[in-house]
Design a binder for this molecule. Sequence first.
Ligand SMILES: C[S@@+](CC[C@H](N)C(=O)[O-])C[C@H]1O[C@@H](n2cnc3c(N)ncnc32)[C@H](O)[C@@H]1O
Length: 460
Amino acid sequence: MAESILQLSKLITDNSSHLVSLTASRGLTIPHLNEQYTEESENFRKDAQCAEAAAIIVAAALQLAATLSPPQQSAYAIFGGACKASSVRVAVDSHVPEILLEAGEQGLHADKIAAKTGVDGKLLARHLRSLSNHHMFREVSPNVFANTRLSGVLGTGKPVDQIVANPESKHDDTSGFVAIVEQLTRDLHNAFAYGLDSIKDPLGRSAFQIAFNEPLTFYGWMEKPENAYRLHRFGISMRGFGAMQPPDAIEKAHSWDALPQDSVVVDVGGGVGTVGIALAKAFPHLKVVVQDTLAVVEAGENICKNSFPKGLASGRLSFQGHDFFTPQPIKNASIFILKNILHNWHDTQALTILRQLRGSATPETKLIVVGTVIGYNCREHAKGVESVYKEAPEPLLPNYGGANDMGYTMDITMMTIFNAKEFTIGDMKALLEQAGWRVVRVQRSVPPHNFFDPVIAVPV
Ligand SMILES: C[S@@+](CC[C@H](N)C(=O)[O-])C[C@H]1O[C@@H](n2cnc3c(N)ncnc32)[C@H](O)[C@@H]1O
């Protein structure tokens, strides 16, 4: 026990020195916790060595806390998470991060914050104080609160008057992160309470379906006219997830350069073409086809007419309406991409999607599945699969523990909404094999970029 405390402390001190000297030598800055958040403040983490050192420090600090805190308190922090989510919802729906951005360093009294949106100042102060205990907001003097980096990311950056006058468009033209926060803490939070009911449900309904007494799937529910705001916000939240990934991630996911001239790359369920456009721009020798539902590809084509008209005109990029549960019409693809698709579907439906692609694959076609690969929390690898992943050093959990929690949260979220999952490499191998694909390589990324993990498979 004493030895593990010393090992963890050493990881913290060694990597802190490493991080400080790396950033100094590269002219990068580590932001202060109490600074207002800016996108540029995260620049140091774009350096892979800095990102790794930071991840090790965080993982070690959290493991040290778990080791030394009374277990009841550590457990309380986990099972009491609903209270914190409730406070976040109060803060975000009351536009507190935007109000405090305008208030600046000295902060604002909770009564004045509350007056801007008509909530109760005394109750609001208690929510903000509870969050400030985790450095989300800070109490600069009794009942006076200011932003920190953590509360800053909960704000859209828009003027408060504008949001209050037009709350329905709060998320328009934003990075999408606050749309994710609102979606999770408003709608999905109700569904999370029904996880136990779902795993016991003889009808196999998702927790979402039980909570909302809804026979439709989550997507079907969002398409109801009364959920127009939710559907709109969902689209923006997808952009938010995209923004959390490194911008050149798709370019690094495969040796695109090595593909012969005019190789056909099909992004199946490619949305409005975010990946397709990036690939066609970076690798003009490819022919990229983005497939999705008709309404989505029409929207994508319109976006592309503005952002990349040359791609459309030259035929390097095209959009095609296609239902991925039906036979794949492109029979000469070098690459099929499935990015963030399989985790939305139950295994039986995911299997259909994969089999439709297998049915149209040539012996040389490769399938690239991109999403989160959930790490086992033990040091055991999937046999027969080349895995490009740097495990965290002992005595940390191999997958960086608490420094790498988002994938696990996403997994439970997918279970809650869709009865679906984020895949471990074992799950992925098994599913792909059933559909006639063999996994040959997994390229997992070190936190925080680890929900963009390409899995390469070939036809069996
Ligand atoms: C989570 S989004 C992923 C989009 C994109 N691949 C990305 O990573 O940004 C899932 C996509 O699947 C599309 N989709 C849903 N059902 C589909 C179907 N039956 N056929 C084709 N696309 C579908 C949706 O329209 C949406 O664009």
